[in-house]
Design a binder for this molecule. Structure first.
Ligand SMILES: Nc1ncnc2c1ncn2[C@@H]1O[C@H](COP(=O)(O)OP(=O)(O)O)[C@@H](O)[C@H]1O
Ligand SMILES: [Mg+2]
Length: 393
């Protein structure tokens, strides 16, 4: 069919034509945001799951809903390779500026602005990627000790107070939260713990890979009381079916039942893959009714495309020895696998492979679903590894 009318949208963060199966979560977050606004006790959220399950799209959707409520959303998309204070400073600043435009009550906002000035100046020594404006005012003794834990707490308190005074809510929305180093993550959690105790209208909604669970627990044991951790998984069969067929139906096309079954089986309900298979099925089909044969041909085309993009970008970030470790995992199947079994296959001791496993976790390639277990953060990655490195030796 005409690719001009192809409704599907494979791609990191691409808005899907049919946002399927996440209404319950959106509603849960919505309730919590209203509770914060109403000054009731509420928790932040951490959305965690594998790559391609739709975390970024969901986080963006939540951010939009919060903005529709006239909340101030600080959306932080990719904290990799930059320090948390360096990322947060400009976004807090623009949020405060926006806030001050909507109200006559400017004192608390000015105070937060000065806290931000002190915060940036004091931390600039330790975090050289911080950028400061020459004209930024400071207030002696607020958020300017040079210690991230104390200063971030002071700063978020002043921001929360500004929000409270101007009757709004500040939502810090951070994607790929797992990339934030543990000490900075701990500082953020501590600060939010304090603003939460003070019942200030500021909260965190974050998304990231499953290793976030353990990382946040390590960083602060009370993280689990402060945040609701929501597993974002593949879509259930009904939601997956809708994600696939509704966009086609809206464009006047449809799938035969056996075509749908083939695609649900191959994609296992993973949103990214549903978009990819939908896209190729559409382009391959010669009539508005997508057949099983079209779907089978789409499998080849979709895998070829994923091999060049979604899978490939992860693979390209690995060193040769890391590739071999990951290839050994693939040899064992989809996983999770015992770390000992992987080491065995590599003819090494677990203690020898542990540092590499740690680096791969840091790179976001694998994670540990349970103690001593190792799994891919990218669904169907085992198949890719076998295609790109056919022989394991
Ligand atoms: N609920 C959903 N229904 C249908 N497609 C979705 C849904 N969520 C995400 N997608 C699609 O899946 C792909 C990956 O989404 P993304 O949010 O980038 O995943 P993640 O951040 O978990 O890696 C995108 O192409 C997006 O359009
Ligand atoms: Mg994402």
């Amino acid at each position: 069919m005409d690719p001009r009318h192809n409704p599907y949208s494979p791609g990191a963060g691409s808005i899907p034509p049919e946002f399927s199966g996440r209404d319950g979560i959106v509603e849960r977050v919505d309730v919590e945001l209203d509770r914060i606004k109403a000054n009731r006790s509420a928790r932040g959220f951490v959305l965690y799951g594998l790559r391609g399950v739709g975390k970024t799209v969901l986080l963006n959707k939540i951010a939009l809903e919060a903005e529709a409520k006239k909340f101030h959303v600080m959306l932080i998309e990719s904290p990799e390779a930059r320090s948390l204070p360096a990322i947060m400073i400009p976004i807090i600043r623009s949020t405060l500026l926006k806030m001050s435009k909507t109200t006559a009550l400017k004192e608390a906002i000015s105070r937060a602005m000065r806290a931000l000035g002190g915060f940036a100046a004091a931390l600039k020594v330790k975090y050289s990627d911080i950028e400061i404006g020459l004209d930024w005012e400071k207030e002696a003794g607020v958020a300017d000790s040079g210690d991230l834990d104390n200063d971030l707490m002071d700063l978020l308190i002043t921001v929360g107070e500004a929000a409270k005074e101007t009757n709004t809510v500040v939502v810090i929305a951070i994607d790929e939260l797992q990339y934030i180093p543990e000490n900075q993550l701990a500082a953020l959690i501590t600060a939010l713990h304090r603003t939460n105790q003070k019942q200030l209208p500021i909260t965190l909604i974050a998304a990231g890979l499953p290793q976030l669970l353990a990382r946040m627990g390590h960083a602060k044991s009370y993280a689990e009381r402060l945040f609701e951790f929501i597993a974002i998984d593949r879509l259930d069969m009904d939601a997956a079916r809708n994600a696939l067929i509704k966009p086609a139906i809206k464009e006047g096309a449809d799938y035969t039942e056996d075509a749908v079954e083939h695609i649900l089986e191959k994609t296992q309900g993973y949103p990214y893959f549903l978009q990819e298979w939908g896209k190729h099925s559409w382009n391959i089909a010669n009539s508005p009714l997508i057949s099983r044969q079209d779907a089978i041909d789409a499998t080849d085309a979709a895998l070829a495309e994923l091999d060049m993009s979604f899978f490939r970008v992860r693979f390209d970030r690995l060193t040769p020895t890391e590739k071999r470790y990951v290839r050994a995992m693939a040899e064992l199947g989809a996983g999770p696998h015992r770390s000992g079994d992987i080491a065995n296959l590599l003819a090494k001791e677990v203690s020898t492979t542990a540092p590499m496993r740690h680096l791969l976790i840091k790179k976001g390639m694998i994670y540990s679903p349970n103690h001593g277990d190792t799994a891919f953060t990218v669904p169907l990655f085992d198949g890719f590894m076998k295609r790109i490195m056919p022989v394991f030796s």
